[in-house]
Design a binder for this molecule. Structure first.
Ligand code: IPD
Ligand code: CA
Ligand code: CA
Ligand code: CA
Length: 267
């Protein structure tokens, strides 16, 4: 096994177990507000600390970028571990049992190893670049839908900033006509992992952060999906505007939303 995959798996399992234990113990959870509709708990922070500790032990020089601590520059800037210790904090707080831990390892700007772990279902999605994607050790492939007819799309509502609400609702309206249905389950990392497993045919969301999608992105790609921004390009690392699915679904999806893109969303 890839040595960094081994460490990434150990780290997400440790964090996942910690999250699951606290989920059973709601009185141990303390919640603070970071911004509008944006919350963090002691469990996000504890999970993050546990992950950092495991990585630091094996790779003391690597750079670590996390949602709650920001960038912890190591001597080695070329290798970055990008971490979301708890993706789906709103679900966790509401006791809606769907959230994950995500780790992506990037070397010189390219993701080489990715892990997304759902501790409530004990589902471990993983990928090493060029070696395919796996769920609990078994190879997974994305959907082979031909277009949006009959397609189920995952999405995330842009709930932290209402800046793009109108454009987003217009996109949903456009897509709802040809699609079968939508799913909004509250963890971007799992949305991408579900694209990889063919549990949804496609996915789109506005304004994600790198730690939300970098792990799921490699897993989706290694399962045969493509990932792009809203214009079919690669601007999503900066904009966080993401579309994923097989090439036919992404093409059809982009064609539907094209007319609804504001200038700010054209990247
Ligand atoms: C959020 C989740 C959610 C998505 C948000 C993310 P967090 O991450 O991935 O599904 O819609 O945009 O910020 O804050 O729970 O780690
Ligand atoms: Ca958060
Ligand atoms: Ca997240
Ligand atoms: Ca998070």
């Amino acid at each position: 096994m890839h040595p960094m995959l081994n460490i990434a798996i150990r780290a997400v399992r440790k964090a996942g177990n910690l999250i699951a234990k606290n989920y059973e113990n709601p009185e141990s959870v303390e919640t603070n507000q970071k911004g509008s509709n944006d919350f963090v708990t002691n469990v996000d922070r504890d999970a993050e600390r546990a992950i950092i500790e495991i990585i630091r032990k094996s790779y003391p020089k690597h750079t670590i970028i996390t949602e709650e601590s920001g960038e912890l520059l190591g001597e080695d800037h070329d290798i970055q571990w990008v971490i979301d210790p708890l993706d789906g904090t709103t679900n966790f707080i509401k006791r809606f049992p769907h959230f994950s831990v995500s780790i992506a390892v990037r070397i010189k700007g390219r993701t080489e190893v990715a892990v997304v772990y759902d501790p409530m279902r004990n589902e471990l999605f993983s990928a090493v670049r060029g070696q395919g994607a796996q769920l609990n050790g078994y190879r997974i492939r994305g959907s082979n839908a031909r277009d949006l007819d009959g397609a189920v799309l995952a999405t995330g509502f842009p709930f932290k900033s209402k800046q793009h609400s109108a454009a987003y609702i217009n996109m949903l309206g456009k897509l709802f006509v040809p699609c079968a249905d939508f799913r909004r389950t509250g963890s971007a990392a799992l949305d991408l992992a579900y694209v990889a497993a063919g549990r949804v045919d496609g996915y789109f969301e506005i304004g994600l952060k790198p730690w939300d999608f970098l792990g799921g992105e490699l897993i989706a790609r290694e399962a045969g999906a493509i990932v792009s921004d809203f214009t079919g390009d690669h601007g999503y690392l900066n904009s966080g505007n993401i579309v994923a699915g097989n090439p036919r679904v992404v093409k059809a999806l982009l064609a539907e939303i094209r007319s609804e893109l504001t200038d700010a969303l054209k990247r």
